[in-house]
Ligand binder design. Structure first.
Ligand SMILES: O=C(O)CCC(=O)C(=O)O
Length: 256
């Protein structure tokens, strides 16, 4: 496997509505000449580490390229409708406050929150973005979950991407296009309950064209969310590239 290249970034600091970003123990790696050639998009990575959290982020696309990709995705992506645009909570179906779509290699299916979403075949634009992520990271991906937020009212609640079919050795690679949104990590022990610990949340601003890598074991210990931001008036598309292990997919589900 290729080695991921990261450079020291400045400590991220944003004037959020309620939280302060906490980035600690940043690590540096240097880009050797021969490694440089392996990556057609070398990224000046920024590292974020906290207890059980390991992420890298950086800009993958220029503004012009990100604008073009956003427009193409607006034309190409077919979002789910009907029951497939819902999640199941305590046996009842609920509409989700955003649009969702899944694409990937033939026959792959991703199951979460009581829904089972079959991958549509890759579109040319999704292949292009997937390959740019692979060039930047050295990781391969066979599936992408797309979330479209029409404005700052659309959001995603706290959750972990820890489904059994996800390859734990592969980071989840999250590409953001469109409106800048806050993204918040909260440690599982800092949520509720008698054993609640005082662990500061970690907040990032996800910019147009950026790539965030959630490395193992982040999704074991940390929940993440994209909260409501009423001042945001424009849409955002997020693509989370994942590697699904076929043999771990639910075999009892027949998808349409
Ligand atoms: O839109 C985002 O940045 C977050 C999406 C997300 O949490 C997910 O796909 O699991």
């Amino acid at each position: 496997m290729k080695k991921r290249v990261a450079t020291c970034g400045e400590q991220e600091r944003t004037d959020g509505e309620d939280l302060v970003t906490q980035n600690t123990n940043q690590t540096c790696e240097t880009i050797a000449d021969d490694e440089d050639e392996e990556f057609s998009h070398p990224i000046p990575w920024r590292k974020i580490e906290a207890e059980g959290l390991d992420c890298d982020h950086g800009l993958l696309f220029t503004k012009e390229e990100a604008d073009r990709l956003f427009s193409r995705l607006e034309e190409e992506v077919e979002y789910f409708a009907g029951d497939q645009a819902k999640v199941q909570l305590y046996g009842k179906l609920h509409s989700i406050p955003r649009q969702q779509a899944t694409y990937g290699d033939e026959g792959l299916m991703y199951s979460f929150s009581g829904v089972h979403l079959l991958a549509r075949p890759w579109t040319p634009t999704l292949e292009y973005i997937r390959d740019a992520v692979t060039n930047a990271t050295g990781q391969t991906f066979n599936f992408v979950l797309i979330n479209r937020y029409k404005d700052g009212h659309d959001h995603i609640g706290e959750h972990r991407d820890d489904e059994r079919e996800l390859d734990p050795t592969c980071p989840i690679a999250s590409v953001s296009l469109g409106a800048v949104r806050d993204f918040i990590f909260r440690h599982k022990d800092a949520r509720v309950g008698p054993k609640k610990r005082q662990i500061e949340p970690v907040k990032l601003e996800l910019a147009h064209g950026c790539l965030l890598l959630m490395n193992s074991p982040t999704n074991t210990y940390w929940y993440h969310s994209l909260p409501i931001r009423k001042k945001v008036k424009t849409p955002r598309i997020n693509l989370t590239f994942r590697r699904i292990i076929r043999s771990r997919q639910r075999s009892d589900i027949k998808n349409k």
